[in-house]
Write a protein that binds this ligand. Structure first.
Ligand SMILES: Cc1cc2nc3c(=O)[nH]c(=O)nc-3n(C[C@H](O)[C@H](O)[C@H](O)COP(=O)(O)OP(=O)(O)OC[C@H]3O[C@@H](n4cnc5c(N)ncnc54)[C@H](O)[C@@H]3O)c2cc1C
Ligand code: SF4
Length: 336
């Protein structure tokens, strides 16, 4: 399908109206800027009869940042995040990640909520309907096997490629959610369940968010200790209007000649954004070859290398390691 199907577009002006509209039409889908979901609809990946625009709800447009904390509503645009002075000063990884997404027109439309809940991607999935049909649809849509890993036993490895999630994960972030059963707050990391374990105990590239039916993201909140500096970088095939081959966010705290905190998060590689475990073991002394090779080891062990993009999986893993090393060295030098 290339033309859009018929659908109703609802524009509620309050959160209670939005939740009521979703209760009335459980098959409805939310639309923030539409820069991801409309592409999927045009490709016939989905055809929701009702779209609910989140843009009319004032409380979802909050954006504020101070030296210690930030709060961003789900309908804030990527351009607003990229150009917010408080975020740029105190949480640069987030502003840099937002500024690196797609192209300027996408950033003017795309929202925080849509970016955090971005669909996962794969070369066998992000294709037109005729392409997918001609190549035997895979199990992320209507088929039965995974073309990337035919022996995957029902597991999908499609990649999460949103840039804001890894940058946000550096900052003890939590999100407020709202749904038919009320509001709740969870750590941002718990939104993502795409661990792709073959025992089916968690989600994968097909079931990648922990949202309950009818739930939505309202607000992202984070905080940081004094002296934590951060940055974001990514590699893409084109330098604009392009998803990351791999994206890396790093935050560190330096006290004299000692690395006292290190956080590293990666996107574009696994069916979830990955906040690397074990980085605290690299702290305690100045950065040297041991720290860099230790970081390489953490990337190698925790980053997946499945062939879901045009670049080989191993290349993405190596690139993630290179970006992480470079950011670590740059931030360390700047914090001295
Ligand atoms: C050419 C191109 C290049 C791109 N490059 C990048 C890139 O480099 N990096 C990147 O991260 N993205 C990229 N994107 C994807 C997209 O533009 C951005 O991720 C954008 O932030 C998506 O936000 P949106 O508001 O437009 O999402 P939408 O398309 O409106 O929604 C995306 C998904 O989120 C859900 N959703 C929306 N709001 C909420 C909410 N409040 N709560 C729960 N679910 C919600 C929708 O139902 C849908 O499933 C690219 C897209 C294109 C077309
Ligand atoms: S990883 Fe496998 S199941 Fe998932 S989208 Fe790609 S081919 Fe389909």
């Amino acid at each position: 399908m290339e033309a859009l199907h018929d659908f109703a577009l609802l524009r509620p002006a309050s959160l209670s109206d939005l939740i009521a509209a979703r209760r009335k039409a459980p098959e409805a889908r939310l639309i923030g800027g539409g820069t991801d979901i409309l592409v999927n609809i045009r490709r016939g990946i989905e055809a929701p009869p009702v779209l609910i625009d989140t843009g009319g709800i004032a409380e979802l447009h909050t954006i504020k940042a101070s030296a210690k904390s930030f709060e961003i509503g789900a309908s804030v645009t990527l351009t607003e995040i990229a150009t917010h002075p408080g975020l740029a000063k105190y949480f640069p990884a987030i502003a840099e990640a937002a500024g690196s997404i797609a192209g300027p027109t996408h950033r003017n439309m795309g929202t925080l909520g849509g970016n955090l809940c971005l669909d996962t991607r794969c070369i066998f999935y992000n294709q037109s309907e005729w392409w997918r049909t001609a190549n035997h649809d895979c199990l992320k849509t209507t088929g039965e096997i995974c073309h990337v890993a035919p022996k995957s036993k029902g597991v999908c490895f499609a990649t999460f490629a949103g840039d804001l999630a890894p940058a946000s994960l550096l900052f003890e972030t939590e999100i407020d959610l709202a749904g038919p059963k009320g509001k709740r707050t969870i750590p941002l990391a718990d939104l993502y369940i795409g661990y792709a374990k073959k025992d089916g105990s968690t989600g994968d590239g097909k079931t990648y968010l922990s949202l309950k039916p009818g739930e939505m993201v309202l607000v992202l909140r984070g905080r940081k200790p004094a002296g934590l500096v951060s940055a974001y970088d990514k590699l893409r095939i084109r330098r604009s209007i392009e998803y990351p081959v791999a994206g890396v966010a790093v935050a560190l705290q330096r006290s004299g000649d000692k690395l006292t905190k290190l956080r590293v998060a990666v996107t574009g590689t696994n069916p979830r954004p990955v906040l690397l475990a074990g980085t605290h073991e690299l702290c305690g002394s100045a950065i040297g070859e041991d720290t860099l090779s230790g970081l390489d080891g953490l990337v190698r062990d925790q980053i997946m290398a499945m062939k879901t993009t045009f670049t080989p999986g191993m290349y993405r893993r190596r690139i993630a390691g290179v970006l992480a090393r470079r950011l670590l060295q740059r931030l360390w030098a700047g914090a001295g």
